[in-house]
Design a binder for this molecule. Structure first.
Ligand code: ZN
Length: 502
């Protein structure tokens, strides 16, 4: 085989861009964990410099020429080479379509809007945030128009997070979730079954929680030789390369569930990144393919494993041994009922499986309306509150626990929210496909054998990184197209039994 000069040159460019991305991830991880407050100003400059160098490399004429020359090659569809070109071309095209002026304005606006959001929350006064929010959506309209779209504007923004997805497709997919989950949540609220949540609130020391969780995630298969678990305010997982995938969590003494399920969630993200084929290191394939697929993995480990009875039938003795005073007189079933408590409430990030998608639907509907200008920024709080009353039977007392609870829109993340629900739907599709291959997953979990599930996910999802488009990956792994039915069936089966609904 002769030296493929062009291809190697292209891979070298891609590797440099990958290095710059991972350096940015390291700076960001440091900022959110150990950086002293005095580092903030310098870090801002470092981010700006790094992102402008990265932008130059992605949009350079050299990259453009290489992409054009390589587009002549007919790499086999679905091959790693075809995947590398697809991802690199997409990044190049998105970056070149945005004029420098717009990129700068978006960066500046997300900084001022984020500050206004924080001040408005502090003052409990939406009017301080309203003009900034309107300006963010105005810029997002410009951004969508610059990128281009076939169906509707929203698609251009959604594509950033979920390549290939469209608003029309998601509206249709999510439609049954609204009616069925609204009804299920309402029935649960009426049920006489009220799980006792107090075992989760019995003074859990942060140090003991950390020791327990480190052992647990290692037992499941998270590799500490290629990772770390640290403390932060807003938990996340991040990759500095396949050999260095870190997680963070936070411990609350009065709420064991926060760190327990927060950590299992981030572990799902981290297992995905740790499981990518090492041959893809420093290529565009070396990260999860979309936010939806990523979220399917965090949700799978957090909910389908972590909130299942079978998992705790295996793992509960260990948890009890770590916290004998708090859990000594709590049975496995009582603990399982407590971690599956359902509450129609105001805050998305605290929501349970039954209500979570309803929180997302409100945001998905309202951000489409804001983007199309069917909803004016000044009318957001009223519409938000109406929608919460309709779907969840609760009305926010103020906008801090209403339309200002999430940071996303203030920093320009529009088209991001639906990926949470996509993740929920796909998590059950992957779970069921793994079950068909393994036989009896519950039996494995009861015996604390996590390898069969982890291996199936590694071979069918993780190892591929960004090689296949999300829809193709799902189809290859499960034989199915994206559907709401598996999720709804899972949800209804589980919660009708837990809450003794007819
Ligand atoms: Zn997540």
């Amino acid at each position: 085989m002769g030296e493929d000069v062009k291809w190697n040159e292209f891979l070298h460019e891609a590797a440099v861009i990958s290095d710059l991305t991972e350096i940015g991830a390291l700076l960001s991880w440091d900022q959110d964990t150990f950086m002293p407050p005095g580092g903030g100003e310098g870090r801002g400059h470092q981010f700006a410099t790094l992102s402008s160098i990265r932008h130059e490399r992605i949009t350079s004429s050299k990259t453009a020429d290489l992409l054009a020359e390589l587009s002549e090659r007919d790499f086999e569809e679905g091959s790693p080479e075809a995947g590398i070109l697809r991802v690199a071309r997409r990044a190049h095209e998105r970056a070149t379509k945005l004029p420098a002026r717009l990129v700068e304005e978006l960066a500046r606006r997300s900084s001022t809007a984020r500050m206004a959001w924080a001040q408005a929350r502090e003052a409990k006064d939406y009017s301080l945030f309203e003009p900034e929010l309107a300006a963010v959506f105005e810029l997002k309209r410009e951004e969508a128009d610059a990128i281009g779209y076939e169906g509707e504007r929203y698609d251009a923004l959604l594509d950033e997070y979920e390549p290939g997805a469209t608003a029309a497709e998601l509206r249709e997919l999510f439609e049954p979730l609204r009616s069925e989950q609204v009804e299920l949540a309402a029935q649960i609220a009426e049920s006489a079954v009220k799980p006792d949540m107090s075992p989760l609130q019995r003074g859990y020391g942060a140090g003991e929680q950390a020791a327990y969780l480190k052992a647990l995630v290692a037992e499941v298969g998270y590799d500490f030789r290629r990772g770390r678990l640290d403390t932060t305010i807003h938990p996340f997982a991040t990759s500095m390369g396949i050999g260095d995938v870190r997680m963070t969590t936070r411990y609350q003494e009065g709420d064991l569930a926060a760190a327990l399920f927060g950590t299992l969630h981030e572990m799902g993200h981290a297992l995905y990144e740790q499981g990518i084929d090492p041959a893809y290191a420093r290529t565009p394939l070396a990260s999860g393919v979309s936010l939806g697929v990523h979220e399917s993995q965090s949700r799978l480990w957090e909910n389908l494993v972590g909130r299942s009875l079978a998992f705790w039938e295996g793992a509960y003795q260990g948890l009890k041994a770590a916290f004998p005073q708090q859990l000594g007189n709590v049975s496995t079933r009582e603990f399982h009922a407590a971690v599956n408590g359902v509450q129609r409430d105001l805050i998305r990030i605290e929501a349970d499986e039954v209500t979570y998608n309803l929180h997302v639907l409100v945001r998905f509907e309202l951000e489409q309306a804001l983007l199309s200008d069917d909803l004016a920024a000044k009318d957001l709080p009223g519409t938000w509150n109406e929608r919460y009353e309709q779907y969840l039977g609760v009305t926010p007392g103020d906008d801090v626990v209403g339309c200002m609870q999430d940071i996303h829109w203030s920093v320009g993340l529009v088209g991001y929210f639906p990926t949470y629900t996509l993740g929920n739907l796909m998590s059950v599709q992957f779970w069921e496909a793994a079950g068909r291959a393994i036989g009896d997953i519950d039996e494995e979990l009861r015996a604390k054998r996590y390898a069969p599930l982890l291996n199936w996910l590694s071979e069918n999802v993780y190892t591929h990184g960004s090689r296949f488009q999300p829809a193709d990956l799902l189809k290859r792994a499960t034989g199915q197209a994206l559907s709401a039915d598996p999720y709804l069936n899972y949800l209804k089966g589980k919660y009708r039994a837990l809450y003794q609904l007819s």
